[in-house]
Write a protein that binds this ligand. Structure first.
Ligand SMILES: O=C(O)CCC(=O)C(=O)O
Length: 252
């Protein structure tokens, strides 16, 4: 997962109230047909349910020139976003009403930070402190937070929602995904390299759309051909406690 410096907003902007709850639409965009699609294909582009005012407010908090930030759930407005009716009404039909956000990252591509990402799966979770769990590892520290690769069942049950604060067209380095590649657990480097790429889908999105994605879905993105701000608030959700006394770093 590519990411940049640590500070995207000053403290005043971080604490500014966001109209996200009062303005959210309540109807879920996920019907049973779409749910089936997520199960089979591992991703889906849906309206986030955030209206223009919420998007403007959210956009006002996120620096357009900043390439990224980890630990986004430390930011109060992002925590409120994760709990908002709009986001819950997308996540609950897929993850169940007990689901919670466990990690947040801002991804952006700009003229000065126009990065690309090779095909990969998201294989790690952020935890409060390291503890030995049979079969888990390796451990790492990213932006001061302990991360670990758990068992693949745990990763398979998780779901990310990528909220597009800006429009993202084909020239703006959209996420590319390989439908169905989330169903085989952790893939080796050779399996990733050999996976046929001709059916790759570019997840272009309008401002306010959300891409739902299983973390184990193979994904990549190229550098933007015509870079302009492409801010995405990426939130990962889980619905289970961790074993052997390990605790999620965030549970929002
Ligand atoms: O936003 C992107 O283009 C790539 C994101 C990514 O690599 C990730 O979610 O792991």
């Amino acid at each position: 997962m590519a990411c940049g410096r640590q500070t995207v907003m000053d403290e005043t902007r971080r604490r500014r109230p966001l109209a996200v709850d009062s303005k959210a639409e309540s109807a879920s965009p996920i019907g049973s047909e779409k749910f089936g699609c997520i199960t089979e294909r591992g991703y889906m582009v849906v309206p986030s349910g955030l209206d223009s005012q919420c998007l403007c407010e959210l956009g006002g908090l996120l620096d357009t020139s900043h390439p990224g930030e980890r630990n986004l759930l430390d930011v109060p407005v992002i925590r409120r976003l994760a709990r908002s009716r709009a986001i819950r009404s997308v996540m609950e039909p897929v993850m169940g009403s007990n689901c919670f956000a466990v990690r947040g990252v801002l991804f952006n591509k700009t003229g000065v930070a126009n990065w690309k990402v090779a095909w990969h799966q998201d294989c790690v979770i952020a935890v409060a402190e390291p503890k030995e769990v049979p079969g888990w590892g390796p451990w790492s520290i990213k932006a001061g937070v302990h991360h670990v690769r758990p068992n693949s069942d745990l990763m398979s049950n998780m779901m990310a929602i990528r909220i597009h604060v800006d429009e993202c067209g084909t020239d703006n380095g959209p996420l590319r995904v390989l439908p169905g590649s989330h169903t085989r657990g952790f893939l080796s480097d050779t399996q990733i390299q050999d996976w046929p790429k001709e059916n790759a889908i570019a997840c272009t999105a309008r401002r306010g759309d959300a891409v739902l994605m299983r973390p184990l879905l193979l994904h990549s993105s190229s550098a933007a051909k015509a870079p302009s701000s492409r801010r995405i608030v990426h939130l990962e959700f889980a619905a289970e406690e961790l074993p052997d006394g390990v605790r999620w770093r965030d549970q929002v």
